[in-house]
Design a protein. Structure first.
Length: 226
């Protein structure tokens, strides 16, 4: 986290004097809008080309990127991965994570409140963990498992911190909505290990809704200041 903070502060020193903060917000907002589109498009294609019947009650979304958890060998679930689904699913994680990192850096510049910027750091880390899901799919075992929990935990904490900062800035409805989504994501994380895709769906939905809302906010802030 210390390294991430240093990188962001060094970047901040270079960006703000050049008056390109507005452009960064627009780019970050656009990346935020693209994130769910890219991830869900590639995931939908992976499900379409799956050799088995993908079932949210039986499978985790990560099953599409390759099955073979050492810790879940005793869990019976449909075989849904193939070389095609693995490429599609892993590409969704990696590209979505990269887009999420750019979006999260934009969050850092969108508000200079300490808790807002700390929340942005957690969001960057969460997006990085999402990338790791594609780099280290299920056959990597514990590494993949840790990356999966990191995505949900880090993103949830980031949403809660930013929501609290927005409430302090008198945007109570947006802050309250953010905190609600953060609580949903955080609560759902505890059920992922046995709830499978059914438990993952509301967490992902909450995070995606939050990303889209804040992407629109950044696009407005960026275009208003240009």
């Amino acid at each position: 986290m210390i390294i991430i903070l240093k990188v962001i502060y060094v970047t901040s020193a270079k960006i703000e004097p050049s008056h390109s903060k507005e452009k960064l917000l627009i780019i970050a907002g656009a990346c935020g809008i693209l994130t769910p589109i890219v991830v869900w498009s590639l995931t939908a294609l992976a499900i379409f080309y799956s050799p088995g019947h993908f079932d949210l009650t039986q499978n985790w979304l990560s099953d599409l990127s390759g099955m073979g958890y050492a810790s879940f060998l005793s869990v019976s679930r449909p075989l849904v991965s193939s070389p095609t689904t693995e490429i599609l699913s892993r590409s969704g994680f990696i590209i979505g994570g990269l887009l999420g990192i750019v979006f999260s850096i934009g969050l850092f510049y969108d508000d200079d409140a300490p808790s807002h910027r700390l929340g942005a750091v957690f969001a960057v880390l969460g997006a990085g963990a999402f990338c790791a899901l594609g780099i280290f799919p299920e056959p990597f075992g514990l590494i993949h498992l840790m990356a999966g929990y990191a995505v949900f935990l880090l993103s949830s904490v980031g949403i809660l911190l930013i929501g609290g900062a927005v409430i302090d800035a008198s945007h109570k409805w947006l802050g309250g909505f953010s905190i609600t989504l953060g609580i949903i994501a955080l609560a759902g994380t505890s059920m992922v290990s046995y709830g499978r895709g059914v438990a993952q769906a509301p967490i992902i939905f909450a995070i995606i809704v939050w990303i889209v809302i804040y992407s629109i906010r950044m696009l407005r802030h960026g275009s208003r200041q240009m």
